[in-house]
Write a new protein. Structure first.
Lengths: 108, 113
C-alpha cells in the first residue's frame, strides 16, 4: 500500500519563528490532507490539497503531486500551534493513510 | 458549518464488555469511516462503509468489530468483547465522494480496564 513519511518527527521552536513540515508519499494520490491534532486529541482539518498551493492565515501548504511531496508552512508561530501535525493521503483505495506525524512544540 | 458528531466523548469499560460508539456523519455524505489511534501512535484505518455495506477493512477490523447504519443518520462501531489493547481514540469520518475531503469527528476515547 501507499507509504507516507513525515519529517521532522519533532520540532521545537520559539514563538514567532517560521517552520516547514514535509510529507513524502510513495505513489500517486487523489487526496492529500493536513491535520492538526490538538492537546485534547481532536483532529482539526487544515488543508485539503491534492495539488497546488493554499493559504489560510499564517498557514500555507503546497503539494507537488508529480514529485510526491507536500509542504506545510507555519509562519510567526504561536504557542497554540503546538501539537501534532499529520499528513494523510488517499491513492487507489478508499482509505486515507496517515503519516506518523510531526510533533511541534512552540515555546513562549 | 456541518460537522461529524461522535458520542460518547469518553467511555471507560471493563475487559470483556461490549461497547458501541456512535457517529452522526454529515447529512449529504455517502462514505463513512472508522479510524483509531492508540495513544502516541499514528491514526490507523479500520473500516469504510458505503451503500449499507463494508467496502474496505483493515487487518485490525476482526470478528470482534462490526459496523452498522441502523437508520438514516447514525453510524455505529461495535466492539463485542473489549480487550486491553482496544484502548484508543476512535474517530469517525465521512465524505461525499471517493476523491473528496474527509471530515473527522472529535473522537471517542475508549479506556478498557
Amino acid at each position: 500500500g501507499i507509504q507516507v513519511e513525515q519529517s521532522p518527527p519533532d520540532l521545537i521552536l520559539q514563538e514567532g519563528a517560521n517552520s516547514t513540515l514535509r510529507c513524502n508519499f510513495s505513489d500517486s494520490v487523489n487526496n492529500l490532507q493536513w491535520f492538526h491534532q490538538n492537546p485534547w486529541g481532536q483532529l482539526i482539518n487544515l488543508f485539503y490539497i491534492p495539488s497546488g498551493t493554499k493559504q489560510n492565515g499564517r498557514l500555507s501548504a503546497t503539494t507537488v503531486a508529480t514529485e510526491r511531496y507536500s509542504l506545510l508552512y507555519i509562519s510567526s508561530s504561536q504557542t497554540t500551534d503546538s501539537g501534532v501535525y499529520f499528513c494523510a493521503v488517499r491513492g487507489g483505495s478508499e482509505k486515507l493513510v496517515f503519516g506518523k506525524g510531526t510533533k511541534l512544540t512552540v515555546n513562549p | 458549518e456541518p460537522e461529524v458528531t461522535q458520542t460518547p466523548s469518553h467511555q471507560v469499560t471493563q475487559m470483556g464488555q461490549e461497547v458501541i460508539l456512535r457517529c452522526v456523519p454529515i447529512s449529504n455524505h455517502l462514505y463513512f469511516y472508522w479510524y483509531r489511534q492508540i495513544l502516541g501512535q499514528k491514526v490507523e484505518f479500520l473500516v469504510s462503509f458505503y451503500n449499507n455495506e463494508i467496502s474496505e477493512k483493515s487487518e485490525i477490523f476482526d470478528d470482534q468489530f462490526s459496523v452498522e447504519r441502523p437508520d438514516g443518520s447514525n453510524f455505529t462501531l461495535k466492539i463485542r468483547s473489549t480487550k486491553l489493547e482496544d484502548s484508543a481514540m476512535y474517530f469517525c469520518a465521512s465524505t461525499s465522494g471517493l476523491v473528496g475531503e474527509l471530515f473527522f469527528g472529535e473522537g471517542s476515547r475508549l479506556t478498557v480496564l
